[in-house]
Design a protein around this ligand. Structure first.
Ligand SMILES: Cc1cc2nc3c(=O)[nH]c(=O)nc-3n(C[C@H](O)[C@H](O)[C@H](O)COP(=O)(O)O)c2cc1C
Length: 348
């Protein structure tokens, strides 16, 4: 696996932080980028309806730091003219790449014809891609699912269409819209996409370990890999992946570093948002992050019930001190499931 280019932008290493609404915001992206090994970051998906109507939330979602480059701003919507306007705004604020969302399964997005609904309306998708392509000078990329349902798997057709419209990188999440996050990602369809287009293709779905990532990369022949939920469980996953790609032993963070990364996140959150919002985000990350650590379940319970910044900090300190001493926290149970319920997925 070697670096690849999206036009003149080098993706090095070829590892991408997958966009996650409510997660990959300005704070989270920088936290992950600081750990190393990330070749490209992508914003949360941003509504072009919001952007083009000056919705403050949509504009806030475009905030990024120079340090994050290269960065793709992902937009979603269903009206070609609005999508083109949204893409222009993304270019004006300095994005390196504009990415189109063609995979979101949320009913509130799909019922307006955006996200994965575009997989069922290729005429509309074509119009969108052509309009957007005309209106920007930076590269246009697409992130898609493999189809709408099991009986409508059309990733190969969509990818060819996208390439014909001038899309310069295609990211494929190996699930259908109907699947949501259930079952496992179908990397065989991802391989088929890679085989039929000449633009770079990156694969996505269920990568939480380096071994599994390498296996799927080898089987599918993709140019790059996107990791989403795996980065919440292990912010060092990109660095570890890069280490292995470059022939080194994967970096192993100490317990102290794990504690420090949670505290760093909390500090960054408090600079960006009111305390109650920071508490919510902290619970979200800490919940995923401690999957697989001894006593993580009890720690999470305590965290979810914390009402103030001080209580959260005390709980973190106590938990990690216990881990460092090698003592058992709670029942010491270790679990490591990739299970995230997402408001992005099915809420209305
Ligand atoms: C909480 C959450 C939010 C997501 N938001 C987005 C999004 O805004 N745009 C997008 O293209 N995909 C989104 N996804 C899908 C992920 O980018 C990725 O395709 C999917 O989680 C599979 O990869 P993973 O197994 O590495 O997590 C989201 C996924 C989750 C879990």
């Amino acid at each position: 696996m070697k670096p690849f280019k999206i036009r003149n932008i080098e993706i090095n290493p070829p590892l991408i932080l997958s966009p996650m609404a409510g997660v990959t915001d300005y704070t989270f992206r920088r936290l992950i980028k600081r750990r190393g090994g990330v070749g490209l970051v992508v914003t949360e998906f941003i509504s072009v309806e919001g952007l083009t109507r000056s919705n403050p939330k949509s504009w806030r979602q475009m905030k990024f730091d120079e340090f994050e480059r290269p960065i793709a701003i992902q937009i979603f919507g269903a009206q070609p003219e609005r999508m083109a306007m949204g893409a222009q705004i993304a270019e004006e604020v300095g994005a390196d790449i504009v990415d189109i969302n063609c995979g979101c399964p949320a009913p509130k997005v799909v019922k307006h014809g955006g996200g994965s609904a575009l997989l069922r309306d290729l005429k509309k998708l074509e119009q969108i891609l052509k309009e957007v392509k005309k209106s920007i000078s930076i590269p246009l990329t697409l992130k898609m699912r493999i189809g709408y349902s099991d009986s409508e798997i059309n990733a190969v057709e969509v990818a060819k269409l996208a390439e014909d419209c001038g899309v310069e990188h295609i990211a494929v999440h190996g699930r259908t819209r109907e699947q949501g996050y259930k079952g496992s990602a179908n990397w065989d369809v991802i391989r088929q996409v890679k085989e039929v287009v000449s633009v770079p293709v990156s694969g996505n779905g269920d990568i939480t370990t380096i071994q599994y990532g390498l296996k799927k990369w080898q089987e599918s022949g993709v140019d790059g890999i996107l990791i989403g939920r795996g980065a919440m469980q292990n912010p060092w996953i990109f660095r570890q992946f890069q280490d292995v790609l470059e022939g080194r032993e994967p970096y192993q963070p100490s317990v102290e570093e794990k504690r420090a990364v949670l505290l760093e996140f909390f500090e960054m959150l408090r600079e960006e948002m009111p305390e109650f919002a920071a508490l919510g985000k902290m619970k979200q990350l800490a919940g995923q992050f401690t999957k697989g650590l001894p006593g993580g379940a009890l720690f999470r319970q305590k965290l979810y019930h914390s009402q103030s910044a001080q209580e959260i900090l005390d709980n973190i300190t106590h938990y990690f001190e216990t881990l460092q001493k090698g003592a058992v926290y709670g029942d010491g149970v270790v679990e490591a499931d990739l299970e995230i319920t997402s408001c992005y997925a099915f809420s209305d």
